[in-house]
Design a protein around this ligand. Structure first.
Ligand code: Z5A
Length: 207
């Protein structure tokens, strides 16, 4: 049995990750590839409980280090309970956000040095890294306008535009450093155009 592939989706809010996740799921199903679709923070009972804490709009006063450590606590559980077992079984894993989000939000957004995040990344993940990361890039005002049409903003969505500009810059810098893993897709394209881009990239990875 071939090893599963680990694909992550990243971008600022409203960039189109969730929409694209459904498309990827349909693509994998159509070629009969077993796969797990999951998200971070979350994906396990503990992870979803931590997500509730991390995102709740009234949960003010979480300090930066607590936020960082809770993201990695959720991730450790997720890897142990779901991601590693799925990959070892030969399933593909498609995850809405992973550690690139930590570099972008806690690093770029909150100012945690990359080296500190890297220590936790190595500790919690060991050698495991995504095989492919799709970074949906969109100007911040467009992403926020899309996201703003939905429910009340969560704790992250209440941040100011400059926070998301830093997050976006951090994501793009990461993609420039690792262009073969992190593929940038213009999230402002039409849904059909975005799907065409994803289809082409996935072809490289499909057996
Ligand atoms: N976070 C963190 O800080 N550190 C970490 O390590 C991790 C996460 C893992 C939860 O993320 C928060 O956790 C996140 C970062 C933090 N906070 N923020 N911001 P989340 O992924 O659950 O939540 P989100 O970023 O708010 O997701 P989102 O707003 O749902 O964005 P999206 O999934 O990229 O967008 P979408 O739902 O696919 O699309 C949004 C709308 O646009 C929707 O109405 C679509 O129909 C529409 N759309 C999508 N694509 C298009 C195109 N191409 N054209 C036109 N309209 C479109």
């Amino acid at each position: 049995m071939s090893a599963g592939r680990f694909i992550t989706l990243e971008g600022i809010e409203g960039a189109g990750k969730s929409t694209s996740l459904e498309f990827i799921q349909r693509q994998l199903r159509s070629v009969g590839i077993p796969h797990l679709v999951t998200r971070e923070p979350g994906g396990t009972d503990l992870g979803e409980a931590l997500r509730e804490i991390l995102l709740h709009r009234n949960r003010t006063g979480i300090c930066v280090d607590s936020e960082l450590l809770l993201m990695f606590a959720a991730r450790a559980q997720h890897l142990d309970e779901r991601i590693r077992p799925a990959l070892e079984d030969g399933s593909w894993v498609v995850c809405d956000r992973f550690t690139d989000a930590t570099y972008a939000y806690q690093g770029g957004g909150r100012g945690v040095p990359d080296e500190r995040i890297r220590i936790l990344e190595n500790w919690v993940q060991g050698e495991l890294r995504p095989d492919l990361t799709l970074l949906f890039d969109i100007p911040v005002d467009q992403g926020l306008a899309r996201a703003g049409k939905r429910s009340a903003p969560d704790r992250f969505e209440r941040e100011q535009q400059e926070f998301f500009e830093r997050v976006r810059r951090h994501y793009l810098a990461a993609a420039a450093c690792e262009p073969s893993r992190i593929r940038v897709i213009d999230g402002a394209l039409t849904p059909d155009q975005v799907q065409d881009r994803i289809r082409v990239i996935l072809q490289e990875f499909l057996p």
